[in-house]
Write a protein that binds this ligand. Structure first.
Ligand SMILES: [Zn+2]
Length: 325
């Protein structure tokens, strides 16, 4: 199994992954545990190697390559360039343009655009269960701003109702205590995990089922005073923070986790892409969420996580999520 923790710089990555063979080996070892090759068509185990580098299934007689079913399937672009592209895309915190990527890995802009599109599919949000303390909030992209919380207003976006796109976000917060190995000092750290979805509207009939889907019963759900959240106390410990009265904290509960995400979200959306069409919004939301959720990871961990997602074998909960009860 390749140890991804070494790859903390582009130099280290490209020094190692400098041949197609090494890249293929990494894919092989990541997807087929203990070298047990599983047929992607019928699920048969222990498929055999062919002399041409591909594999043969003795059950369904299929021949297949190591990249089948991954984002690299049937690609004519060298895997060395794919790996470098994935690294660059994952480590540029606000994303990377196809023009920049084309220059960085020496391909045409059209090819770079294709790679970006493929790699972005890895950002797709996972179906997770949030628990503990979860802050929920909605925001409008490009919508009328007058009714919004002051901190959340976006300048220059006083569009009409037609341009409003509601996005609903949920931030799970948890704390860990890390002991400093040298001083023995205990440091408390707050972690967050975000889920955000484009929604048709912000009516209770739309929002409540989403919360019910993602948030475990008995959790503490923190929202603003909007009436759409009425009734949540049937399932959750529901805490209101009255934004209209400029209230930000109730006891130890705040909405600063979700506020932090909206800030990040706007920087990604407006900082990198300037303009986002409704058709692609879902993808940009997924990308912003991915970058937010992996912001504490080292470059190598983020790349390893992304690589695992490309193989379909890696989930956030396996990498990082641990919820303090
Ligand atoms: Zn088969």
């Amino acid at each position: 199994m390749i140890d991804f923790s070494h790859f903390n710089s582009i130099y280290e990555l490209t020094s190692y992954f400098n041949t197609e063979d090494k890249c293929r080996r990494a894919i092989f070892e990541s997807r087929w545990n203990k070298h047990d090759v599983v047929c992607p068509l019928c699920g048969q185990h222990h498929c055999v190697s062919r002399t041409d580098g591909r594999f043969h299934c003795c059950h369904c007689k299929a021949n297949f390559s190591v990249t089948v079913g991954t984002i690299f399937e049937n690609t004519k672009i060298p895997l060395v360039k794919w790996f470098l592209a994935m690294y660059l895309i994952s480590c540029h915190k606000k994303g990377i343009s196809s023009v920049q990527l084309a220059t960085d890995i020496s391909v045409t802009q059209k090819t770079a655009w294709y790679i970006l599109h493929k790699v972005r599919t890895l950002f797709k949000q996972e179906d997770v269960i949030l628990s503990g303390v979860v802050e929920c909030d909605e925001m409008y992209l490009g919508g009328r701003e007058t009714n919004k919380h002051e901190a959340r207003k976006t300048k220059g976006t006083q569009g009409g109702a037609k341009t409003k796109i509601p996005v609903f976000g949920m931030t799970m917060k948890w704390k860990t205590e890390d002991v400093d190995k040298e001083t023995g000092e205990v440091k408390e750290q707050t972690h967050t995990y975000e889920v955000a979805k484009k929604v048709a509207d912000t009516k209770a009939s739309t929002i409540i089922p989403i919360i019910r889907h993602f948030v475990a019963d008995g959790s503490t759900v923190v929202t603003d005073e909007s009436s759409i959240y009425n009734g949540l106390n049937e399932y959750y410990n529901h805490v209101f923070v009255c934004h209209s009265e400029k209230e930000f904290t109730v006891g130890s509960f705040t909405t600063n986790g979700i506020e932090g995400f909206w800030g990040h979200f706007k920087r990604v959306i407006f900082g990198t892409y300037h303009f986002v069409s409704k058709a692609y919004l879902e993808r940009y939301i997924d990308e912003a969420v991915f970058r937010f959720n992996t912001k504490e990871m080292k470059e190598s961990d983020r790349f390893g996580y992304m690589f695992g997602k490309a193989m379909g074998t890696c989930y956030y909960k396996d990498v990082k999520m641990s919820v303090a009860a």
